[in-house]
Write a protein that binds this ligand. Structure first.
Ligand SMILES: Nc1ncnc2c1ncn2[C@@H]1O[C@H](COP(=O)(O)OP(=O)(O)O)[C@@H](O)[C@H]1O
Ligand SMILES: [Mg+2]
Length: 316
């Protein structure tokens, strides 16, 4: 097998479409349900049957996110086991693990000279209060993000109707945070980067920016994404500065491709997050946000084919 895209049911548009394109070019490719894969030291099984290892593999974000924290460590062990057997995984498991830890990634990016928010780990109410006092306006988020679930903003001295005077956190602020700490014993705290009300999303593939869009805040909130309300996307111009930040961020994290979230801070673009799984859908290809008017799919296809050609000859 030349290429396997590991997915979870229900399979999505991106993995099915990419597999189809790779097949059209004469290669063998398939989408496998990760839940039906078994990897041991001597075998690779799918749906109970012994299979040949693929030369190249990819996996969708749900393979990573549908695990609780400790469990996820084992997931990375399985993926690295595949790598030690010679499978080229795009993105490499180590790079995915580092990028999806927001505190670790912020450190790597900052060391490379890329602007990121002030970031630290917090594990207690006291540490959260200290961060809020110091930074005045903060974001708390799970170490590894997932569709902005549990992402919370706290503003110092923000009083709402019915709030009582308290030392740092108001009663209304303390309640969701207490609950968050029960669910996430280790949290990523960041200074909120003041911005004009839109995110910038850039997709990089194999050293090239393939799409850029702006994502406006939803009505009556600073949030730009809501699992129920969706997103407000529009075209956005790629500047040289944005391009060089995006390419460098992907390079220093050791990724092959990445969707990157930035905001425009007062001193320039700030990288909020470097995602490590593909994020394209039919509208992404047709709404005019891709750099190439033909869309971005061919760049993913080329990256996969180049790796198949490179690694299949190596293993013979
Ligand atoms: N430090 C920050 N300053 C300003 N906005 C932020 C900050 N952190 C997160 N956000 C906003 O919240 C969104 C989601 O945060 P992100 O870290 O990308 O998490 P997720 O994994 O949920 O995508 C960002 O795209 C941005 O709009
Ligand atoms: Mg994000």
């Amino acid at each position: 097998m030349d290429f396997i895209y590991f997915s979870k049911k229900p399979f999505g548009w991106a993995e099915q479409m990419l597999v189809e394109k790779i097949r059209e070019l004469g290669y063998t490719a398939d989408v496998y349900d990760w839940d039906e894969v078994e990897i041991t030291d001597s075998s690779f099984m799918y749906q109970g049957k012994e299979m040949k290892l693929p030369t190249v593999a990819m996996f969708i974000s749900r393979v990573r996110t549908r695990h609780i924290q400790g469990d996820r460590l084992y997931l990375f062990d399985w993926l690295e086991l595949l790598e030690t057997k010679g499978v080229r995984i795009l993105n490499r498991p180590k790079a995915v693990r580092s990028s999806s830890n927001k505190v670790y990634a912020a450190n790597i990016l900052k060391s490379a000279g890329i602007r990121v928010p002030e970031t630290r780990l917090v594990t207690s109410m006291d540490q959260i209060e200290a961060a809020l006092k110091e930074w005045k306006d903060i974001i708390l988020k799970p170490l590894a993000g997932n569709a902005s679930v549990d992402l919370t903003r706290l503003i110092l001295d923000e009083r709402r109707y019915g709030d009582e005077e308290t030392e740092v956190l108001s009663i209304f602020q303390e309640t969701p945070i207490w609950n968050m700490l029960q669910k996430h014993p280790v949290i990523c705290a960041q200074q909120y980067v003041q911005n004009p009300g839109h995110d910038i999303r850039i997709n990089v593939v194999a050293g090239k920016v393939v799409s850029i869009s702006a994502n406006d805040a939803l009505p009556n909130t600073w949030r730009k994404k809501d699992i129920n309300e969706g997103k407000l996307l529009r075209k956005y111009e790629l500047t040289k500065e944005l391009e060089s930040i995006a390419l460098k961020a992907v390079e220093v994290l050791g990724l092959d491709y990445a969707p990157i979230d930035l905001v425009e801070g007062e001193d320039g673009p700030v990288v909020i997050e470097v995602n490590s799984a593909i994020s394209i859908w039919p509208g992404h290809e047709t709404m005019g946000i891709t750099i190439d008017s033909e869309g971005s799919v061919k760049y993913y296809v080329n990256m996969i084919i180049e790796n198949i050609n490179k690694y299949s000859t190596q293993s013979v």
